[in-house]
Design a protein around this ligand. Structure first.
Ligand code: ASP
Length: 345
């Protein structure tokens, strides 16, 4: 299955390649460019594994959209030379990066697998080795006709392969740090790697050339509604001149306070031409504004439903669509489309 494969291992930073700084005891990224030396098990696979190291290496809390553009560009440039790509990335923002990059790679027909670890690769109980080794195996897996088994942007972590734009980080300390609450795992690794073929997206034309959609417009804010939220805060976020769109993180099935000042502010934002997107704070389930009057009022005010999208994915989708067009009505119309498996239709 992995006989003549070639993989590009892209190292961006994160705990997997960190070690303790003796001066203050904190973890800092170190030059882990000799990745293969750290994980000699990889040499047992009969495949070519090249590596590319970002400079500087970062804790993923410092990830910026410019890094997603650099990643997408790198994959585009090296696309024809490799069967798959494995990206070593910090866990803190991995779900944001995997979501955004999924929207930036059009006609993807090869695996792009993000992974990392909760414990640095140098410590005896690290989860990094298994994560890295299995991610490499999945990135190189092909069917009998030589096509990639998982032509998607994914996160591999703790034996689970998850769709990147469905994933969320759910634990800062368990090895089982990621889940995709509204979508089943694409594969589970036990004695063998069991692929869930029904859940895996395949492009309609595997031979279409990859197109890298680099343009991103980052003028998005996130407003999480909460009891006690004030008119000033809502006005600042919804009406601020620097935002083109706002992700409204609502309660339950898409509900928000029914107070008149709140709805009036939402209507004012919509009247200004801004895109307001309704995303639930719940880990699983979806926005369904037909259920409660408070949700219905938002819909009537012109708020677009995000269905069961994660906040991480909503951010990447908005950055991407707004980068594609200056026309907010076009963006609003596309938000309801299932572009990369990020929402259930
Ligand atoms: N702070 C680290 C990062 O996101 C955490 C990790 O990698 O697990 O880079």
């Amino acid at each position: 299955m992995t006989g003549s494969s070639s993989i590009l291992l892209i190292y961006t930073g994160g705990t997997i390649g960190m070690r303790e700084d003796a001066s203050d005891g904190t973890l800092k990224p170190f030059d882990f460019s000799q990745i293969l030396g750290e994980v000699p098990e990889l040499a047992k696979y009969a495949m070519r594994i090249d590596s590319y190291t970002f400079d500087p290496l970062i804790d993923s809390s410092d990830v910026e959209p410019s890094m997603w553009q650099a990643l997408a560009r790198l994959i585009g440039e090296r696309y024809d030379s490799y069967d798959g790509f494995v990206i070593l990335h910090g866990t803190d923002t991995m779900a944001y990066s995997a979501s955004a990059v999924s929207f930036m790679l059009e006609n993807l027909s090869k695996p792009v697998i993000f992974t990392g670890s909760q414990l640095p690769i140098g410590v005896p109980r690290t989860d990094g080795k298994e994560n890295l080794i299995s991610a490499v195996e999945i990135a190189s897996a092909k069917d009998t006709e030589g096509r990639a088994l998982v032509p998607e942007v994914c996160i591999y972590f703790n034996s689970n392969l998850l769709r990147g734009n469905r994933s969320v980080k759910v634990s800062s300390e368990d090895f089982n740090a990621f889940r995709s609450p509204n979508y089943p795992p694409l594969a589970e690794a036990g004695i063998s790697i069991r692929y869930n073929f029904k859940a895996i997206l395949r492009p309609s034309f595997m031979d279409s050339p990859l197109r890298v959609r680099e343009s991103l417009d980052t003028r998005v804010s996130i407003l999480k509604v909460h009891p006690g939220i004030t008119p000033q805060v809502v006005r600042n976020i919804l009406l601020g001149p620097e935002t083109r769109s706002v992700i409204l993180e609502t309660y339950g099935s898409g509900n928000a306070p029914s107070k008149q000042w709140f709805l009036d502010t939402v209507k004012e934002a919509v009247a200004m031409g801004k895109i307001v997107m309704n995303v639930t704070q719940c880990l699983s389930g979806k926005v369904d504004t037909d259920l409660y009057a408070t949700g219905k009022a938002l819909e009537k005010a012109g708020v677009v439903s995000g269905s069961d999208i994660t906040t991480e994915s909503a951010l990447g989708k908005l950055f991407h669509l707004m980068g594609e067009s200056k026309d907010n009505e076009w963006v609003k119309a596309r938000l309801g489309d299932n572009l990369k498996g990020e929402i259930s239709k």
